[in-house]
Ligand binder design. Structure first.
Ligand SMILES: [Mg+2]
Length: 417
């Protein structure tokens, strides 16, 4: 018998994919891209990724659709591996891995609906009844320029006075911000106090004068709230080793839960050196984009936590694998968000099914503003935890208006018989 490796329809009765749609919600958040996959029996699954929407759209419609249209929607691993191996010819990372991620989410969404189960149950969960959560202190338009166009990651404005301006309020009203977050059900937050210094000289140096000013909100929070609230610090990968060590020294009195990407993330050996020298918990984050990067990090003992973005690293499939690998090193895995709503749902499914996961990142300034225009219902947050999805599949529906010509919309489908 002639058996091929990674066939598109391995099952004798495949659940055939008949259309693939993409939408870039230009008026709402122009860096996001949504995917909707439909099967011939009427199931539809949705996925998401962020950044480079034009490149991802082109990969999906002009190339990946060649394999997916008419193929079995439930052969998730088969498709994942096929695309991974083809894209390995030119490095995989980047738009290619983000396109794989968006497709992977949509196929898991279909799988869950076919099985009438939330995805986390198909991944072996639940291992917990709710997922620990923290609030990242962005503002509603973090990462956008003042003209509404896409900005640069790590170059978000510090915001302005007003509700949900968590970035602004961290610097101007830090004690009140923590009180408000506690009342909203959070007991941890992530913030970034040093970006401005990096924008001046590429993160090579940081003055003691700037450091003293940057940590003042942390002093006020510890004075008023004691140690009752966990704080994570993100350096957005801006600093070189001497500046990163100075930052770590300045942060020590405030006992942050982790230092995330204070160092630039393009040399794992320097990260391992930073971790040993600073003597504080280090998180290596979503800036790593392949299992090779994460394995290197774990083998070189460069991090106390790894953070994964499920819509950048290869979807739910690869995120769950990475979380399991990290557990083998006794290193907790945390799931990233600062992008779009399906990223959170995907992260919660992985968090709910891998015992070694410890946190889901959320941005309340996004949840209560533009996420509402994109999805039907978010997950409740209370007592420092986010609830598990209850509906089959990813457990969320996208606003159907997204898949219309109102937005940057494209559809590729099988020719009708
Ligand atoms: Mg980060």
């Amino acid at each position: 018998m002639n058996r091929s490796y990674l066939p598109a329809c391995p099952h004798p009765k495949p659940l055939r994919i008949v259309s693939i749609e993409t939408s870039v919600p230009t008026e709402i958040m122009p860096w996001l891209i949504f995917v909707r996959i439909r099967t011939e029996d009427g199931h539809e699954g949705v996925g998401e990724t962020a950044y480079g929407p034009g490149a991802v759209t082109s990969l999906i419609h002009d190339w990946m659709s060649e394999r997916l249209l008419g193929a079995d929607a439930l052969a998730i691993e088969c498709h994942w591996r096929f695309f991974y191996e083809r894209f390995a010819n030119f490095g995989v990372r980047g738009a290619e891995l983000r396109a794989i991620s968006a497709i992977d989410l949509a196929l898991w969404d279909i799988m869950g609906q076919v099985c009438d189960q939330p995805v986390y149950r198909l991944l072996g969960g639940p291992v917990r009844e709710a997922v620990p959560v923290y609030n990242s202190c962005g503002n509603p338009t973090y990462g956008l320029r003042t003209d509404g166009k896409i900005g640069w990651p790590g170059y978000g404005s510090y915001g302005e006075p007003g509700p949900l301006q968590d970035s602004y309020n961290f610097f101007h009203n830090p004690v009140e911000l923590v009180t408000e977050l506690k009342e909203a059900g959070y007991n941890a937050m992530k913030t970034w106090c040093f970006d401005e210094a990096a924008h001046r000289d590429g993160g090579m140096t940081i003055s003691n004068e700037f450091l003293a000013k940057a940590v003042r909100p942390l002093e006020k929070i510890r004075e008023a709230h004691g140690d009752s609230f966990e704080i994570m610090i993100d350096g957005h990968g801006f600093f070189m080793l001497p500046a990163a060590l100075r930052i770590a020294e300045a942060l020590k009195p405030f006992k942050p839960l982790w230092l995330e990407d204070v160092l630039k993330m393009d040399n794992i050996r320097t990260l391992a050196d930073f971790r040993r020298q600073c003597g504080m918990p280090v998180s290596a984050s979503e800036m790593l984009l392949s299992r090779a990067d994460y394995l290197d990090t774990l083998i070189h003992q460069a991090a106390d936590y790894i953070m994964v973005d499920p819509t950048w690293v290869g979807g739910i499939s690869e995120s769950a694998r990475l979380a399991h690998i990290a557990q083998g090193f006794n290193i907790p895995c945390t799931m990233h968000d600062c992008t779009g709503p399906l990223t959170v749902f995907a992260g919660v499914h992985v968090n709910a099914s891998v015992a070694g996961c410890c946190f889901q990142e959320t941005v309340r300034a996004h949840i209560h503003t533009f996420y509402k225009d994109l999805i039907d219902e978010f997950l409740p947050i209370a007592d420092g935890h986010i609830a598990l999805p209850t509906r089959p599949g990813l457990g969320v529906k996208l606003n159907p208006d997204l898949f219309t010509d109102r937005f940057d919309y494209r559809k590729t489908e099988l020719p009708r018989a």
